[in-house]
Design a protein around this ligand. Structure first.
Ligand SMILES: Cc1cc2nc3c(=O)[nH]c(=O)nc-3n(C[C@H](O)[C@H](O)[C@H](O)COP(=O)(O)OP(=O)(O)OC[C@H]3O[C@@H](n4cnc5c(N)ncnc54)[C@H](O)[C@@H]3O)c2cc1C
Length: 292
C-alpha cells in the first residue's frame, strides 16, 4: 500500500474542512471495504493521499428509538451495535437481520452502516432492509444538510448520490405502524464470510382482517443497485395475506427482476432464488406483523 496522511477529527465541521482541504481525501469508518480496495492494485478510484477517520465524531455515533418519531442510526454505528440493539430487533427485525450477517463477528465489530451504504455495493446487506423501511439518509457537505429517501441514494455499482466531500451523517427510519413486520434473508453458498447471491427484504402492515395494507419488497444483488420490487408491491396491495397471494407475488418478483449471470450464480438461478426467498420473507414478515 502507498503512503497516505491520516487524520482523526473530533467534530463534523472539522471532517468536512479536512475533506475540502485535502482535495481527494477519503472518509474512512471501519475500513473493511476501503482498506481492501486500497490494497488492491486495480482500485476503482485514485489512491487517496489522505484518509479522514470518522470514528471520533460524536454526531455520527449512536442509535436512538422513539415510539412516535422512529429510529436514528448514526453512520458510524457498527453492524454489531445494530444487530444487538433490542429496539432494532423488536421494531425493525429486517435491519437487525441484515447487519447480523455481515462477514464474521470481527467484521461486524468494525464494519459501519455508513460504510456499508456509501460503498454502494448492489449486495450490501443493510440496503434492502432500509429500502423496505422507507429510510431517509441524512447527508451533510459543503452546501449544507439534506435528506434523501433510501431509494434515491443508490445510483450504480459503487456509486451513490453523495456529492464530492459529502458525508452520510445518519439514517432515519419512521416508526413502524401497528400490525407491521419485516424480514431479510440472503442466499450465500457459505453461511458466513460470503457475499449475497441474492438478498430479499420484505415489510408488511396488515389490516385487522389480515389484508395487506402496506407492502415493501427490496432485492439485493440482482441489479446494478439494491432495488424495490414495485410491480410485486402493487400486485400485493389490498390482497389477503395468504399462501396463494404470496405464491403469486413470488412469481411476479422473479419475473420483474433482471439479474445478470456471474461467477456467483446464473441469472436463472438468481431469478429462482428471488421467487423462493420473496415468498419466505413475505410469510415471515406477515407472521411477525400478527405478533408471531
Ligand atoms: C471479510 C469481509 C466480509 C464482509 N462481508 C460482508 C457481508 O457479508 N455483507 C456486506 O454487506 N458487506 C460485507 N463486507 C463489506 C464491508 O464489511 C461492509 O460493506 C462494511 O459495512 C463497510 O463499512 P466500513 O465502516 O468498514 O466502511 P469503510 O471501508 O470505512 O468505507 C467504505 C466506503 O464508504 C465511505 N464511507 C464510510 N463512511 C462514510 C460516511 N459516513 N459518509 C460518506 N462516506 C463514507 C468510504 O470512503 C468508503 O468509500 C465484508 C468485508 C470483509 C472485509
Amino acid at each position: 500500500m502507498r503512503t497516505f496522511n491520516f487524520y482523526a477529527p473530533t467534530a463534523l465541521d472539522e471532517a468536512l474542512e479536512l475533506l475540502r482541504k485535502t482535495d481527494g481525501g477519503r472518509p474512512i469508518a471501519g475500513g473493511t471495504d476501503l482498506v481492501v480496495q486500497m490494497k488492491e492494485a486495480a482500485t476503482k478510484f485514485p489512491h487517496p493521499s489522505s484518509i479522514i477517520s470518522l470514528l471520533l465524531i460524536p454526531e455520527l455515533n449512536g442509535i436512538e428509538f422513539d415510539e412516535s418519531t422512529g429510529l436514528r442510526i448514526g453512520a458510524t454505528s457498527t453492524m454489531s451495535d445494530i444487530a444487538d440493539s433490542a429496539d432494532i430487533r423488536e421494531h425493525y427485525p429486517s435491519i437487525a437481520e441484515g447487519a447480523g450477517i455481515v462477514g464474521s463477528i470481527q467484521t461486524m465489530n468494525m464494519a459501519t452502516v455508513g460504510g456499508n451504504l456509501c460503498n454502494g455495493a448492489p449486495s450490501a446487506d443493510t440496503a434492502p432492509p432500509f429500502l423496505v423501511h422507507d429510510a431517509e439518509f441524512v447527508i451533510t457537505g459543503p452546501n449544507g444538510r439534506r435528506s434523501l429517501p433510501a431509494d434515491e441514494f443508490f445510483v450504480g455499482p459503487g456509486e451513490t448520490a453523495l456529492a464530492p466531500n459529502e458525508l452520510l451523517v445518519e439514517v432515519r427510519v419512521p416508526a413502524p405502524a401497528d400490525r407491521s413486520g419485516s424480514a431479510y434473508v440472503r442466499h450465500t453458498p457459505r453461511k458466513q464470510m460470503d457475499i449475497a447471491v441474492v438478498g430479499v427484504a420484505a415489510a408488511v402492515t396488515l389490516t385487522n382482517d389480515d389484508r395487506i395494507e402496506n407492502i415493501r419488497i427490496a432485492l439485493g444483488a440482482v441489479a446494478p443497485t439494491p432495488v424495490r420490487a414495485t410491480k410485486t408491491e402493487t400486485f400485493l396491495s389490498g390482497q389477503p395475506a395468504s399462501d396463494e397471494s404470496f405464491a403469486e407475488a413470488a412469481e411476479t418478483a422473479a419475473a420483474e427482476c433482471n439479474p445478470i449471470s456471474d461467477v456467483r450464480g446464473s441469472a436463472e438461478f438468481r431469478r429462482h432464488l428471488v421467487g423462493t426467498l420473496t415468498k419466505r420473507m413475505l410469510e415471515r414478515a406477515a407472521n411477525r406483523a400478527r405478533g408471531g
